[in-house]
Design a protein around this ligand. Structure first.
Ligand SMILES: [Zn+2]
Ligand SMILES: [Zn+2]
Length: 553
């Protein structure tokens, strides 16, 4: 039996009911192939027959393609007979895709026998969420000494690489060594000094998924009888199938219709800023390695941003992958289920102005005559909500109405959805507007946040070169920091009466490298601002002379 899969699949209705208005006429479980042949009568007029994996009867995995309707032309009896004769010998369409991919790669048995995969090369990591504008893609960390080792059956992997920023990085442009691994449930990083730390469960889960972002590992997982295959379809010259691995991770695999080699693997994950995002790895430049075909060019996109582009210089199957076990310090550490508990310290730096610090990213609360305004709702929902709560506690009699966002970088805009969920109006540079508007509207179904649970519209006031916020009691001038090598969306806040400047990232007191300080000074001089103190989003409050000192370095 054959039918053409459809691109615009419709979900099958839930809880055993097949389709709205459809009646299940008969079912024949075919245990050997884990499939079921069903005939569907929809709305009392059409008859369809198709073969589905048993998993397809589960609401989340079932699909019913319109094209199946062409089978109506056959008589029901003929279909029943054909199904009875051929069922045991015929793979389902989804199994056919996996079987074709396995054959093209070098054969099912060879793939199942793979123990380790070691890939060496060079390439680049994109600077997701941290480039000059939300839309820019010019910044990258250039990778050298890249080595990705996978112990296929043990579920362990480790990436070692040296990355060198091709841009003015806040830590300087010296090469940085990285070791990023996962061993079962334990994700870890090893610092250049050898110290291992456990990473969050969310990061570990992403790294476990990444193991299957390779043709051999995903097809091997799909060949596992415990894997569930569903939703075979054709799109853009590729045959596509959904795979849920035995361990419950979900992927979509596409293979080329001609060569039948895998072209890409997609999985979904949560990104706190972007919500539900697709992580897609594309495969190209296949080469012969020890009896299998392996791609020599792997490109990974997270949402629309290229986050990894790797050109393989050397790769080996079943070579010694080294010890891929998690280091003891990480393995024995408690699971990291979320960001660390939030600490918000308060310091009144001038009358009606509070420095809300305590951890890495600070905020500043400014009191006006009849309302309050925060400068920065940073990092993530947890910190943003804690800062908002602290602001309301400090001046419970006045409404908190506005939040200034210093720039679009993900660690500084990670709280905007939380702020919108609390009814605040955002104030940000105009170059953030399209991105922030999209960010507020994006789906967060994988890890629903406060805004997903309580949707509210975005209220955004944008700033071009400057904006004065003034009433009888307070003046705050917001200025665009022009020409900064850090970002093109930066706003600084100047309080002329208090001679205070609030800024993020362009001067972090006590930081070893200050690549953006000279440009900040230019902007201060150009505006002829009289500054006594810098109240920074990173680091401790510093006298203006600290910024001047960077000039001599
Ligand atoms: Zn930044
Ligand atoms: Zn920062």
């Amino acid at each position: 039996m054959h039918f053409s899969p459809a691109a615009d699949d419709r979900h099958v209705g839930g809880h055993g009911a097949f389709h709205e208005g459809a009646t299940l006429l008969y079912e024949r479980p075919l245990i050997l192939t884990r499939q079921i042949t069903v005939q569907v009568k929809r709305a009392g007029r059409d008859f369809h027959t198709r073969t589905l994996p048993l998993a397809a009867l589960e609401p989340a995995y079932g699909r019913l393609e319109p094209e199946v309707e062409h089978t109506m032309k056959h008589s029901i009896l003929a279909l029943m007979t054909a199904a009875a004769i051929s069922a045991c010998a015929t793979a389902t369409p989804e199994q056919q895709i996996i079987g074709d991919a396995a054959s093209a790669l070098g054969g099912r048995d060879r793939i199942l026998a793979v123990k380790t995969l070691v890939i060496e090369g060079e390439g680049a990591n994109g600077n997701l969420g941290q480039d000059m504008t939300p839309e820019a893609a010019g910044q990258a960390f250039m990778l050298s000494g890249y080595k990705r080792s996978i112990d296929v059956s043990a579920g362990r992997t480790r990436v070692q690489q040296t990355r060198t920023p091709n841009f003015e990085y806040f830590q300087g442009q010296a090469p940085q060594q990285q070791v990023l691994g996962v061993d079962g449930e334990v994700g870890y990083n090893v610092a250049a000094n050898g110290n291992a730390t456990r990473v969050s469960n969310a990061v570990a889960k992403d790294r476990r998924a990444e193991i299957f972002h390779h043709p051999i590992t995903i097809v091997r997982a799909a060949l596992d009888p415990a894997a569930r295959l569903a939703n075979p379809r054709t799109a853009g010259g590729q045959r596509v199938v959904d795979i849920t691995t035995a361990s419950g991770l979900a992927f979509t695999l596409a293979i080329d219709e001609g060569t039948r080699l895998p072209t890409r693997v997609v999985s979904m994950t949560d990104n706190p800023n972007l919500g539900d995002v697709a992580v897609e790895t594309s495969f190209a430049d296949y080469q012969d390695v020890n009896g299998l075909k392996l791609p020599a060019h792997l490109t990974t996109k997270t949402d629309t941003v290229t986050t990894a582009d790797i050109r393989v210089t050397k790769q080996a199957l079943d070579a010694d992958a080294g010890n891929l076990a998690a280091p003891a310090a990480a393995a024995s550490a408690a699971p990291v289920t979320g960001p660390p508990p939030v600490i918000v310290s308060t310091e009144e730096v001038a009358k009606g102005i509070w420095f809300l610090a305590g951890q890495s990213h600070h905020s500043v609360l400014v009191e006006f005559k009849d309302h309050l305004m925060l400068i920065e709702v940073p990092q993530n929902e947890a910190r943003a909500l804690a800062v908002i709560a602290k602001a309301r506690e400090l001046r419970s009699g006045k409404p908190l109405t506005h939040a200034v966002v210093t720039h679009h970088h993900f660690d500084h805009s990670g709280g905007i959805r939380a702020a919108v969920s609390e009814g605040l109006t955002l104030i940000a540079h105009k170059a953030t507007a399209a991105f922030f508007t999209a960010a507020i509207g994006r789906a967060h179904t994988i890890a629903p946040d406060a805004l997903a649970r309580n949707p509210k519209p975005l209220k955004l006031e944008t700033v071009d070169e400057e904006l004065e916020l003034k009433d009888e009691t307070r003046t705050v001038n917001l200025y665009h920091i022009a020409g900064s090598p850090h970002a093109d969306t930066l706003l600084m806040a100047y309080l002329p009466k208090e001679r205070i400047l609030v800024e993020a990232d362009v001067f972090s007191p006590a930081a070893a490298v200050q690549p953006y300080a000279a440009n900040l000074l230019e902007n201060i001089k150009k505006r002829n601002l009289k500054v006594d103190r810098i109240v920074p989003i990173h680091g401790a409050i510093a006298p203006f002379t600290e910024l001047l000192k960077t000039e001599t370095h």
